[in-house]
Design a protein around this ligand. Structure first.
Ligand SMILES: Cc1cc2nc3c(=O)[nH]c(=O)nc-3n(C[C@H](O)[C@H](O)[C@H](O)COP(=O)(O)OP(=O)(O)OC[C@H]3O[C@@H](n4cnc5c(N)ncnc54)[C@H](O)[C@@H]3O)c2cc1C
Length: 476
């Protein structure tokens, strides 16, 4: 058995682990990056990038389908499923290739292949190698969760780990789970001509927090994508080419439908099982995740830090990279540990219409002394011009000083509005500060100005007191 000593050992070479390595290397003499699977990161290999590539193909098809609305006559669009999937994979492989190049730049003696597990506090076992580290960063990411009821579907079962490997677009697909991944992939495949039905055990789609926004998102998204709400689909007969799903619909009728594949998008679970945390000396929460401080990423008062999807706090790419930087920096400086200010929260789902949440969205604004301003995209000038006039933007500010604290939106290209508002909140702008900024014409951003003006009026109005005490924490 070999023994390797290092200042910082990083478990997982995903986006968090790579960022942790870069940050730790600035202060530590020896940093070891341990990877069990394939290099390339979830983001590039089977996450953000291939999903957006599939959505881009679906958007292109949708624009042609929609051409008649602009007075254009085009023939029926023929989708070459093999070519669509080939482009997704080729472009995806290009992004993965970029990560692999970055990995190659890391000196070989600073990389170790194999699954790491704790042998004792501060000590890891990786295959035959024993790794003794002054500090450790856990950055092992997460993987798709498949409920037992769907686990026996064999190769008829797809997850985000396998769907991009399909040679051709499926003819039909059941999507189980109406979160961002199920919605993005379900809508993309539906728009590309696949018969899709989405099963959601809850009753709503879209952003959580503001009830009115969830209702609108549900209405807009389910208008173009067949959805079943409040159902747990059961597996019926499975044969070599299809799966039968059965469910009881909202009207109480028993239904059944056959699909070529079932895409399970019922959430993700932290990759912790193989780490044997029972030997780490760390205190764990009820889900088995080490307790940690979100400002330092340190687990308790130990020399272990936890970053990225594995800690379950902010499972998004930009946050994984930011957490990697904080954790790597602190691991290298340990036992001196610094608290970092965290960014305002921002999450975008790339369906059409897109939806996004920024900052804090209280469930009952009045009870929290928060005012709300809104604009409907149904009448917004630029949105009408481009034929995408649907949705709503709501912006929230504290009544006390008019400072912007959050926003929720569903509408055309709200990925850009989300950034604008996140940056305004980061800059601690008030409604008046934001309204003093220039707005070009005619642009979707003019909708932000309308919502801000509405918010200014709302701040001048007296709030209606809530009859019930409400939770004033972030509703997202
Ligand atoms: C379909 C999909 C779409 C997404 N779209 C978006 C999006 O549009 N925007 C966005 O912000 N986010 C998106 N995400 C989320 C984003 O991809 C993740 O937040 C991010 O990739 C997490 O990075 P990470 O470093 O925590 O994990 P990963 O990149 O998964 O890295 C973890 C690494 O740890 C390794 N590992 C695990 N266990 C061990 C072990 N015991 N020993 C050694 N190595 C180990 C794994 O092999 C893996 O390489 C999407 C995710 C999916 C699945």
């Amino acid at each position: 058995m070999s023994e390797q000593r290092c200042d910082v050992a990083i478990i997982g070479a995903g986006s968090a682990g790579m960022a942790a390595r870069a940050a730790a290397s600035k202060h530590a003499a020896s940093v070891l990056l341990i990877e069990a699977g394939e290099y390339g990161t979830t983001c590039a290999r089977n996450g953000c990038m291939p999903s957006k590539l599939l959505l881009a193909a679906a958007d292109a098809k949708h624009h042609v389908d929609d051409a008649a609305n602009f007075g254009l006559r085009v023939g029926p669009v023929e989708v070459d499923g093999i070519a669509v999937m080939r482009r997704v994979r080729e472009m995806r492989d290009g992004f993965v290739g970029g990560v692999l190049k970055a990995i190659e730049q890391i000196p070989e003696e600073q990389r170790l292949r194999g699954a790491a597990r704790f042998a004792a506090p501060g000590e890891l076992q990786v295959g035959e190698a024993r790794v003794l580290a002054r500090a450790i960063v856990i950055a092992t990411g997460s993987c798709p969760f498949v409920p037992d009821s769907l686990a026996g579907l064999g190769h008829r079962l797809l997850t985000s780990d396998t769907v991009f490997e399909l040679e051709n677009l499926p003819d039909s697909l059941a999507v189980v789970g109406g979160g961002p991944i199920g919605l993005e992939l379900g809508q993309a495949l539906h728009r590309l001509g696949c018969r899709v039905r989405l099963f959601e055990r809850g009753h709503q789609l879209g952003p959580a927090g503001d009830e009115a926004m969830s209702l609108l998102a549900t209405q807009l998204l389910s208008a173009s994508l067949p959805c079943e709400f409040g159902v747990e689909a059961r597996v019926g007969a499975v044969d070599s080419s299809s799966v039968e799903l059965r469910w009881r619909d909202v009207g109480g009728s028993d239904r059944a439908e056959r699909f070529q594949y079932v895409l399970v998008a019922t959430g993700r679970r932290a990759n912790l099982a193989s780490l044997m945390l029972e030997h780490s000396g760390l205190a764990l929460d009820a889900r088995g995740v080490p307790l940690f401080d979100p400002l330092t990423l340190r687990c308790g008062d130990s020399n272990v830090f936890i970053a990225g999807d594995v800690n379950g706090a902010r499972p998004l790419l930009h946050e994984a990279a930011a957490e990697g930087r904080i954790a790597g920096d602190n691991a290298a400086r340990w036992p001196e540990v610094r608290s970092s200010r965290r960014w305002v929260r921002m999450a975008v789902t790339f369906t059409e219409p897109q939806f996004a949440t920024v900052g804090d969205v209280p469930a009952d604004p009045d009870a929290c002394d928060v005012a709300v301003g809104e604009v409907s995209f149904a009448r917004q000038g630029r949105s009408c011009v481009i034929g995408r006039a649907a949705g709503m933007l709501r912006i929230y500010a504290t009544r006390q000083d008019g400072r912007l604290i959050g926003a929720q939106m569903i509408g055309p290209a709200v990925e850009h509005l989300a950034h604008l508002l996140a940056w305004a909140i980061e800059q601690r702008l008030t409604v008046a500060d934001a309204l003093a900024m220039p707005f070009y014409h005619p642009v979707i951003e003019e909708g932000v100005r309308t919502a801000l003006r509405d918010l200014r009026h709302a701040l001048q109005r007296k709030p209606t007191p809530s009859p019930l005490p409400m939770d004033c924490g972030p509703g997202t």
